[in-house]
Ligand binder design. Structure first.
Ligand code: ATP
Ligand code: MG
Length: 113
């Protein structure tokens, strides 16, 4: 199991969700976050409103998946988020130890999807 965290431009969220849907990846947590990358928020101002501390508004996606879905998830995020401009975002892939569905007590791969 992997835990995939993606930081994307807010204006790409709709497209990323559509690409995930196409691959039947429906379970996702979406958060509004602020961040800065290599340009430290300086050269991206034209794309989004800049906050104090050179932080730019971003969207974070958290997706826990079984191994079979790791590649499709990453491909869908890239397909939806990539413009080729700086600030397109980043994907972090973490090993996931455990997952528990609270309602049923199921754990592991069964509990993820
Ligand atoms: N190493 C990192 N650690 C934590 N968050 C990061 C890191 N790199 C990027 N981020 C987050 O991802 C967002 C988008 O990063 P961004 O796409 O600008 O990365 P970059 O490395 O600057 O690449 P590019 O040169 O394409 O802009 C940042 O605003 C920040 O929220
Ligand atoms: Mg950047």
């Amino acid at each position: 199991m992997k835990y995939i965290i993606a930081i994307i431009q807010p204006d790409r969220l709709h497209e990323v969700l559509a690409r995930l849907d196409e691959k039947e990846i429906y379970l996702v947590t979406v958060s509004s976050v602020m961040g800065r990358g290599r340009q430290r928020g300086v050269s991206e101002v034209y794309r989004s409103h800049k906050e104090a501390g050179n932080l730019l508004k971003k969207v974070r996606l958290d997706i826990a998946v079984n191994e079979d879905f790791v590649k499709p998830t990453i491909e869908a995020i890239i397909a939806g988020a990539k413009t080729g401009q700086t600030g397109d975002g980043k994907i972090f892939i973490l090993n996931l130890e455990e997952c528990v569905r609270i309602r049923t007590g199921e754990t592991g791969s069964v509990a993820i999807g």
